[in-house]
Ligand binder design. Sequence first.
Ligand SMILES: Cc1cc2nc3c(=O)[nH]c(=O)nc-3n(C[C@H](O)[C@H](O)[C@H](O)COP(=O)(O)OP(=O)(O)OC[C@H]3O[C@@H](n4cnc5c(N)ncnc54)[C@H](O)[C@@H]3O)c2cc1C
Length: 454
Amino acid sequence: MSIIDALEHHLDSDAVLSSEEDLLCYAYDATGKSYMPLAVVFPRAPEDISLIMRVANEHRVSVIPRGAGSGMTGGSLPESGGIVLVMTQFDRILEIDTENLVAVVEPGVITSQLHKAVEAEGLFYPPDPASMNFSTLGGNIAENSGGMRAVKYGTTKEYILGLEVVLPSGEIIHTGSKCVKDVVGYNLTQLLVGSEGTLGIVTKAILKLLPLPEAKKTLTATFPSILDAGRTVSEIIRRKIIPTTMEFLDRHAVWCVDQYLQIGLAPGAGAFMLIEVDGDQDQVEKNIAKVREVCSANKAIEIQIAATAEEQDDLWRMRRSVSASLAHFKSAVKINEDIVVPRAKIPEIIQFIESVGERHEIRIVNFGHAGDGNIHLNVLPQNEQLETAHKAVDEIFDRTIELGGRISGEHGIGTSKREYIGKNLEPAAIAAMQAVKRAWDPNNILNPGKIFPE
Ligand SMILES: Cc1cc2nc3c(=O)[nH]c(=O)nc-3n(C[C@H](O)[C@H](O)[C@H](O)COP(=O)(O)OP(=O)(O)OC[C@H]3O[C@@H](n4cnc5c(N)ncnc54)[C@H](O)[C@@H]3O)c2cc1C
């Protein structure tokens, strides 16, 4: 029996797609690359996935879990064909437990839908990737996604208490629990978070929730240079304020957004920052006043504080428009990296990136999460500069590592960065990770070729 016949034999007829037009719709992700799968399946229960995994093991065909396909490093791409396992029908919020401050969810729930549901109960799920209006919780868990609030609240891993997972063998396991404390055996929950869909398929998750903060306040400031903005970040932290968000745009990003939105930013702005604080009303007022003081002391040219929710949205428009505004530069490709350095090193790495851009005469635009050291650098080469652009990225990765940083802060390794993983990890560390993969997935069925160079 062919693999498609076997899948159709076990699943509902509308749960298996194999026509070319249908396959095309699941062949791509946010990297812009595309590979045709052999089949696309829509499981509706963990038991469906068990069957699919058993069939895949028998036929030695790979299985690639997929959420919304918004990943930036190719994790959901069927690089060598195989079965794309679309998790979007696992879309229920099963429970919001207001007694224990936990939610039990299926992985196909869109992240911002969970935000709305828990906020209606006065609760808070902090992870907020910029893709939250379309990415799924399963994808967030697999990538350990970050977001704008990570500086104060951390990333997805901080909020995952337990998981239901189908192993590559097809067996179903449960890790963790609703309990705040749980040290029963190895911490498989945290091993699975950030494993990029290579160790198991998440079918349910128990999430930790927090009380929704009473108030928040947003401030934006422009600075003459990235050095002034960097000093501001360090001093805010030194003064023991942890804002919810501290985002920055370098001078190239400021220029792009200014051109795009036509808002006439302060002339001479070399950097832009958006800072948000949350908490009790009194504390928020005190903290935003201190943040304003620190910005002024560090030569801020212009400072704005939002008085209303609408004004808050207006201030956020600058930060949210960066990606769209990059289209102003007609580059051949956009190489999008998400390096991270210890946060005090941001000015140093930005200056280095600028020097690399100038030396190679390539436009590089930087923006990102100043509060946690995570920089989105966008290398925008012309056609004839493609090779040089990759050389520039290589130099930036090396300097990042010299400064104590990592080659990915939130997008993961996937296929895009697998050739570089050895820059951050020793051969023995890579071998230890590959040994885990082999033990869980001896036939290398689940999402092969991701994370590690072959
Ligand atoms: C405009 C834009 C902004 C972004 N902003 C951010 C950001 O701020 N922070 C950030 O961290 N990332 C960001 N990303 C990257 C991406 O959105 C996240 O990695 C997101 O978590 C991916 O979710 P997804 O549902 O699209 O997963 P997919 O892209 O479909 O899959 C991602 C990985 O998860 C695996 N996977 C999916 N579902 C499951 C499951 N149920 N079980 C096991 N494995 C599974 C896949 O195999 C793949 O390896 C952004 C992407 C875009 C396009």
